[in-house]
Design a protein around this ligand. Structure first.
Ligand code: BDP
Length: 695
């Protein structure tokens, strides 16, 4: 049990605590297309594992208990369900208990092969999670059209912000050697409904657009196609200069436009279902349209024009940095993008990180959501835990994503949630998307730790349905990955659900943000200052002085709150109403400011740091108590990682308190131990072994 099987383990149901459903007695499944073959194979594999033996294949229903999967065209016995398929689109499906030729049977039916594959995975999930399957009437279709992973993978296989080994794309051996892992990857993603993957880092190398690499990309696309997954590439804006021999990459230059059109034609000739481009432009030193005095819309539309004849999509990121430092970094994306609402071509999606800074442990939702009604905005979540303890800390991201998706932008009155922006319903967009920065690498367990698989899983499930519950998703994942025993599931789900708040508490409590070590982002660095840009330092963000701490983003400060719709701006801007988790994000307050607990701010801060440390201690105890309920191999690794997390939570707490105390000039509240080392000790530590950005 090294975790390689992910949530697709299919252990015998008979060995599990609960009763077992009546076995499937026969499988009616066509295999005339690669997707149909994959569907049939998955059901044979899944049922073979869960039931002990795979059911026999059958052409027709001859006795009770058959399972039929397919489309009305592939499987004539399912034709009677055709009318019920209306509105489900290509990817949706029905799972129903039916009667066929006088026999009770289960039907998984869809308009298209890919829908049937998704339905098959859903059916297997029901079995794996112990849900009853004898009276089914399920209907499901994705709420978001493009559900993609973003790999920040470089061509030399270093993964930027990757904590699970090297890139799984073995560019050196492709296309000659097509690693079976690519199929495993596609299968795992299809099981959670992911239908696109951007193969290379947003800090892109133009080489990936040359024929040599496109041949390799085409080989991957071939593997992914049966699983409903399209490939996309990050496009470097200056590619026409770097690999095209042009003198400019100006998006309004006709020769540049021609170059991109020809490049798109060339790609589609090799990969007819290529998804499109993802672009990071004018951000952190990347080239972009502003280099030529043009706007983001000019840049995006040039690529959109090249992709449009092939139905390709341009995903243009809103994570931008202009050369000129703003008065508040949190305001920048909004300032640069909102004036261009309505200017983007129809096949452009603007991809927005969940918060306005950068995947911090907790951020309020990005003010762009709801603020660009004429532009489809896609969500960018970070599945890899750059700022949340890398792969060693157990932090389940479901609750954080749920918090953002359920946040109310008030853009069209109450109930205008971020989820409704993303699913297109708020402003009537048919083109919708969501991206997750992948946590996948060459480690046997794919994600660097067993529990980080849950974040990949939860990302896919929330992409399919952004209104889903993080707790339900955790429950599914635990049952499939570890055990269905309620005595195990209950405490583990609780531990996962509390884990995000714990990390926020021991790293960045009360709305603090951007306090990590410089460059590698490993461990605490609240003292980081100097360097090329103020907004790459910690002191810029926490603004601690003798008088107080926090970033004043109200009208008396940077006024970033005014980028939100008025009811939200009023709430965040009001010291009495701002959620305490965002207190120091929006307000600069004195050290003796009374927190809602009644404690003065300094005491509250210390209290929260210690609360986080205590929560990790509890997680360790919970997990230790579950020994014997999972295999020893995975239990031991999780236990070891929790021990690392406990040490590092303590380190965050000690270093942060030692530092902030130099401003607060107050003793620690009673019952809270002072940091064991002087501040200089924490400041002097170096980490040559910490994985960095590789640049
Ligand atoms: C930051 C990462 C950096 C990425 C950047 C981005 O530190 O490595 O390149 O985001 O999203 O979180 O472009």
């Amino acid at each position: 049990e090294d975790g390689h099987a992910l949530w697709l383990r299919y252990p015998p149901l008979a060995e599990q605590a609960q009763g077992t459903p009546a076995p499937v007695t026969g499988l009616v499944a066509a295999a005339g297309t690669p997707t149909q073959a994959a569907t049939r194979q998955e059901l044979l594999r899944g049922l073979g594992g869960l039931q002990g033996t795979a059911p026999p294949l059958a052409d027709a229903v001859g006795r009770p208990g058959a399972l039929l999967v397919g489309t009305p065209d592939s499987t004539p016995a399912l034709a009677q369900l055709r009318p019920a398929l209306e509105g489900l689109g290509r990817e949706g499906y029905l799972i129903r208990s039916v009667e066929i030729d006088g026999h009770a049977a289960t039907a998984i039916v869809a308009n298209d092969d890919i829908g049937a594959l998704y339905g098959a995975f859903h059916y297997l999930r029901l079995l794996q999670t112990g849900e009853p399957v004898d009276a089914l009437d399920l209907r499901s279709a994705p709420e978001v059209r493009l559900r993609v992973l973003n790999h920040w993978d470089n061509l030399d296989r270093h993964v930027e912000r990757g904590y699970a080994g090297q890139s799984i794309w073995d560019w050196h051996r492709l296309p000659g050697w097509v690693d079976p892992r690519y199929t495993d990857y596609a299968r795992a993603n299809a099981s959670i409904g992911i239908n696109g993957t951007v193969l290379n880092n947003v800090n892109a190398n133009a080489m990936v657009l040359t024929p040599m690499y496109l041949e390799k990309v085409a080989a991957l696309a071939e593997v992914f196609r049966p699983w409903g997954i399209r490939v996309y590439l990050s496009a470097r804006f200056s590619a026409p200069v770097e690999i095209g021999g042009l003198e400019t990459a100006d998006p309004l230059d006709p020769a540049v436009r021609r170059w991109w059109r020809a490049k798109a034609d060339e790609i589609y000739a090799r990969i007819p279902d290529f998804g499109g481009f993802l672009v990071k432009a004018n951000s952190e030193g990347q080239p972009g349209p502003q280099d030529y005095g043009r706007s983001h819309a000019d840049g995006a539309n040039m690529l959109a024009e090249a992709l449009a004849p092939h139905d390709g999509i341009a995903m243009w990121r809103a994570f931008v940095y202009s050369d000129e430092e703003p008065d508040d970094r949190a305001k920048q994306a909004y300032t640069e993008f909102v004036p261009h609402d309505g200017e983007f071509a129809d096949n452009v999606l603007v991809q927005v990180k969940n918060g306005a800074i950068d995947f911090q442990p907790r951020e309020p939702f990005h003010p762009l959501f709801g603020a660009m009604p004429q532009t489809p905005l896609m969500m960018e979540f970070q599945v890899t835990k750059e700022y949340l303890g890398f792969a060693t800390h157990l932090v389940y991201l479901g609750p954080m994503w749920e918090e953002v998706l359920r946040a109310d932008t008030h853009a069209e009155g109450e109930g205008s949630t971020v989820a409704k922006v993303i699913d297109g319903s708020l402003h009537g967009h048919a083109l919708t998307g969501i991206a997750g920065v992948a946590n996948i690498g060459t480690d046997r367990n794919w994600s660097g730790s067993h529990f980080d698989q849950a974040n990949w899983y939860a990302y896919g499930r929330l992409a399919w349905d952004p209104h889903a519950s993080a707790r339900d998703i955790a429950g599914e994942w635990v049952r499939m990955t570890f055990s269905r025993d309620p005595d195990f599931v209950g405490p583990v789900v609780d531990m996962m659900m509390d884990s995000h708040q714990a990390a926020v508490d021991y790293m960045t409590p009360l709305g603090l943000h951007h306090l990590m070590g410089r460059g590698h982002h490993y461990g605490p660095g609240p003292w980081v200052e100097g360097g090329p840009r103020a907004d790459w330092t910690s002191v810029y963000f926490h603004r601690a002085t003798r008088d107080g701490i926090g970033f004043d983003r109200t009208a008396s400060g940077s006024d970033a709150v005014s980028q939100y719709a008025p009811p939200v701006a009023r709430e965040f801007g009001d010291l009495a109403r701002v959620p305490e988790d965002f207190l120091l994000w929006f307000h600069h307050v004195p050290w003796d400011h009374p927190a809602r607990s009644g404690r003065p701010l300094w005491d509250e801060l210390v209290h929260r740091y210690d609360r986080g440390v205590a929560a990790v201690r509890e997680m360790r105890a919970t997990w230790a108590g579950l020994a014997g309920q999972v295999d020893a191999e995975r239990h031991a690794q999780v236990a070891a990682f929790l021990a690392i997390q406990a040490q590092e939570a303590q380190w965050w707490r000690d270093a942060s308190i030692a530092y902030f105390q130099t401003f607060a000039q107050r003793p620690l509240p009673e019952g809270h131990a002072p940091p064991p080392q002087p501040l200089e000790h924490y400041q002097g530590q170096e980490f040559p072994h910490a994985p960095g950005d590789g640049r």
